[in-house]
Design a protein around this ligand. Structure first.
Ligand code: AMP
Ligand code: MG
Length: 361
């Protein structure tokens, strides 16, 4: 299925729905929050409801579809009002082995095997990664030269989930001038004095750039929720606000690609033990991670809800089985390369007569 908009005779934008993306085991289970709450100002969710379905019982006042469902028609209106602004949401299905969360479904992480490797051979996968990196590099040059649109790649995972390793492996060889990586830590006092999206918006990629978020605006519905840093009503309202933020970025020319690195609790134990046992990994060890590990279940619940409520047609979540690093690297690199290819960045037209020009002595 695809969403099309634009008037006949005008160039059309096609948004591929995640229904065309890779299929996975997603189940229609209960919301982990288990109680009624409001997603931003746009949608009220009932106890057993799933985004995209009407809550049972009394229709809540001001009930509207989730904001993502409005995307196609709103984008069409914006395109009519400001031609040339939209045309940017090209998106490719995720590489085989990744589970794309479809809007309207509840993501059940326990149904996705973190050990999955697609039956691939490790050595062949490492070779294939080199080829995917070359594709990313070539397409990035076009994106930079075109200077019209941008790509934002978001990585979220539990501690030791592999965000740093993925970035190192996938973006190796990419021109640093066209790519910026931002890691988000505990907010500074200045950042805390602004709205929660302020620091992320400031780092969103400029035209022509690939931006990489190592942690992101999702921390504000993850760690903030697990550690009870703000009242429930505050973080619950953020799902809708995040969807609106990502839709705004998309409409403004940024394709938003979100990866959740899915590891098992046993794998985290092994990775933490390696950080203790191997001196060259000591710098990575943070005793705070041992404390956070005790909240494993609370984090899984928070991830589940973020993935469920913030998978929209323009920016669905991709769940990556991430116990096997070589598999994780390959499927993420392939998805990024496919997405850039779908965006189809073009070198700008040459100045007229350039090939006849002579350089003076
Ligand atoms: P690391 O990524 O291991 O360097 O750790 C960064 C730390 O910052 C993690 O413990 C995150 O949970 C924390 N962090 C990131 N964003 C936020 C946020 N918005 N509020 C509170 N803590 C955060
Ligand atoms: Mg850490």
């Amino acid at each position: 299925m695809s969403y099309k908009h634009g008037k006949p005779g005008r160039s059309r934008t096609t948004l591929k729905s995640p229904e065309t993306a890779s299929q996975g085991q997603l189940s229609d289970t209960k919301d982990t929050l288990g109680k009624k709450f409001t997603l931003g100002k746009t949608f009220t969710l009932g106890k057993n409801s799933v985004l995209g379905k009407k809550p049972r019982g009394k229709k809540p006042a001001g009930d509207r579809p989730p904001s993502s469902a409005l995307w196609a028609s709103e984008a069409a209106q914006i395109a009519d009002a400001a031609p040339g602004l939209v045309g940017v949401a090209a998106r490719a299905p995720a590489a085989s082995g990744i589970v794309t969360v479809r809007p309207g479904w509840t993501c059940d992480l326990s149904a996705i095997d973190p050990n999955a490797d697609g039956g691939l051979d490790k050595e062949k996968a490492k070779e294939a990664l080199i080829a995917e990196r070359a594709r990313i590099k070539a397409l990035q040059e076009r994106l930079y030269a075109e200077h019209q649109r941008s790509l934002l790649v978001v990585f979220q995972a539990i501690d030791t989930g592999g965000k740093d390793g993925t970035i190192r492996n996938v973006f190796e060889g990419v021109n640093p001038q066209g790519c910026r990586v931002w890691s988000f830590k505990v907010p500074s006092s200045e950042e805390r004095d602004h709205d929660f999206l302020w620091r992320y918006h400031a780092k969103a990629p400029a035209r022509g750039m690939i931006g990489v978020f190592n942690r992101s605006h999702y921390e504000d519905v993850l760690v903030v929720r697990v550690k009870d840093l703000v009242p429930d009503t505050v973080w619950r309202a953020r799902y809708g606000l995040i969807n609106d933020f990502e839709r705004m970025l998309t409409v403004s020319g940024t394709t938003v690609l979100k990866f959740f690195l899915h590891i098992s609790k046993d794998e985290q134990k092994e990775r933490l033990e390696a950080r203790i046992a191997e001196p060259e990994k000591h710098w990575k060890f943070d005793a705070a991670d041992l404390v956070e590990r005790k909240s494993w279940d609370a984090y899984q619940a928070a991830f589940t809800d973020a993935l469920t409520h913030c998978s929209t047609p323009e920016a669905p979540w991709h769940v990556v089985p991430a116990n096997r690093k070589w598999f994780r690297n390959l499927v993420i690199a392939r998805t990024i390369a496919d997405t850039l290819e779908a965006m189809d960045p073009r070198f700008p037209e040459a100045q007229p007569g350039v090939s006849e020009m002579k350089v003076p002595d």
